[in-house]
Design a protein around this ligand. Structure first.
Ligand SMILES: [Fe+2]
Length: 359
């Protein structure tokens, strides 16, 4: 390594340390979280009316058990200053091994252990002042999304492998670096669209081959491309294609959006998807150069990997980090995902309990 590139590497390492943080539960704390998650699952999990207030109460009670350092860490994520918070020291809900082939989605969704993991995710989101929610036009309007190869495209074929693979978390395809859709705005509602999710939280029901989830913190990426390119990315010169997870007939592609925006409360907020975004043809050469620099910098970034199991969860700041994954190798892998809305976001609310937003 030459001296000329060394400072960049050191800067990137410094940023990454600050941006990826771990919150460790002790035995007493994780036992209480486990109990609260089971109680929430017993009423039907995050989708059930009343789950929202139950999760809030659970979070308040858990915080009595946390140290000052633990509370500060939750506060830092809640204030938008951390890219990823990994929760460790959690308890398993089941020892049952995955079947050779996954059951259909609806039967998986109704399993008690899945409801427990989803409920635990909802409580963990509340610890960082995020509310679990769903969009009306995504994931069939449901709060809980199971991330698994239901639709083919993984390394190994599923029983009814379709010819055309869906590019979404319901397939086995590799997914390039992205933030979660919708992409109209990141913090405040705009022209009838709610902002992107503030956070997504993931845990695993089964991950038998220990396949990791990867995250790319954006601060070092943006630092690398420089201030002029970042400013060019705040212009409305970008377009995106429709997500495959949207409800049939709802949601669409979009144009004239920015990738970065400045917000008084969170600082910068990003929306980007390496396989759905592009720069407008009539954009200036400065903007096109900035877009190419962003794509290159994202491509060169080394993702931080975490292997999810039932004993951990990761909450990703969806306006400050990209996430991605490789091709699914083991079709028994099932992750449980929920979106979170931060205290800074102003969405368009359709129903309050469960929280459903206009996408
Ligand atoms: Fe994703």
């Amino acid at each position: 390594m030459t001296d000329a590139i060394k400072p960049d590497v050191e800067t990137a390492e410094f940023f990454t340390e600050q941006e990826i943080r771990t919150f460790s539960f002790d035995i007493r704390q994780s036992a209480l979280l486990h109990k609260f998650a089971e109680e929430l699952a017993a009423i039907g999990g995050p989708q059930a009316p009343g789950a929202k207030s139950k999760a809030s109460l659970a979070a308040i009670q858990l915080k009595f058990l946390f140290s000052k350092d633990q509370c500060e860490l939750l506060g830092a994520y809640s204030d938008g200053l951390v890219c990823v918070l990994i929760f460790e020291g959690l308890q398993k809900f089941t020892d049952v091994s995955p079947p050779h082939e996954l059951p259909v989605l609806t039967s998986l969704e109704n399993r008690y252990d899945v409801l427990c993991l989803a409920a635990r995710n909802q409580i963990l989101l509340k610890l960082v002042d995020n509310s679990a929610f769903a969009y009306d036009m995504d994931n069939e309007g449901k709060l809980v999304r199971l991330v698994a190869n239901f639709k083919g495209g993984g390394l190994n074929k599923i029983p009814a492998e379709p010819d055309i693979k869906e590019l979404s978390s319901h397939s086995g395809l590799a997914l390039g670096p992205h933030t979660e859709a919708p992409y109209w705005c990141a913090v405040n509602a705009k022209e009838g669209h709610s902002p992107s999710p503030s956070s997504l939280i993931l845990s695993a029901l089964w991950n038998p081959s220990l396949e990791p989830t990867s995250v790319i913190p954006l601060p070092p990426v943006l630092e690398k491309i420089g201030v002029t390119n970042c400013l060019a990315l705040t212009t409305g010169n970008f377009q995106f294609t429709r997500s495959d997870s949207f409800v049939s007939g709802k949601g669409g592609d979009g144009r004239n959006v920015s990738i970065l925006e400045f917000d008084d409360k969170v600082g910068f907020a990003a929306r980007f998807n390496s396989y759905r975004f592009s720069v407008s043809e009539n954009a200036s050469s400065l903007v096109k150069t900035a877009y190419a620099a962003l794509c290159q910098s994202v491509g060169e970034a080394t993702p931080v990997e975490h292997t999810l199991t039932q004993e951990s969860a990761m909450v990703i700041n969806n306006v400050r980090a990209l996430h991605c994954r490789d091709l699914i190798k083991d079709n028994r892998r099932v992750l449980v995902r929920i979106f979170g809305l931060s205290k800074f976001s102003s969405p368009i609310v359709i129903t309050d309990d469960p929280l459903r937003l206009q996408g």
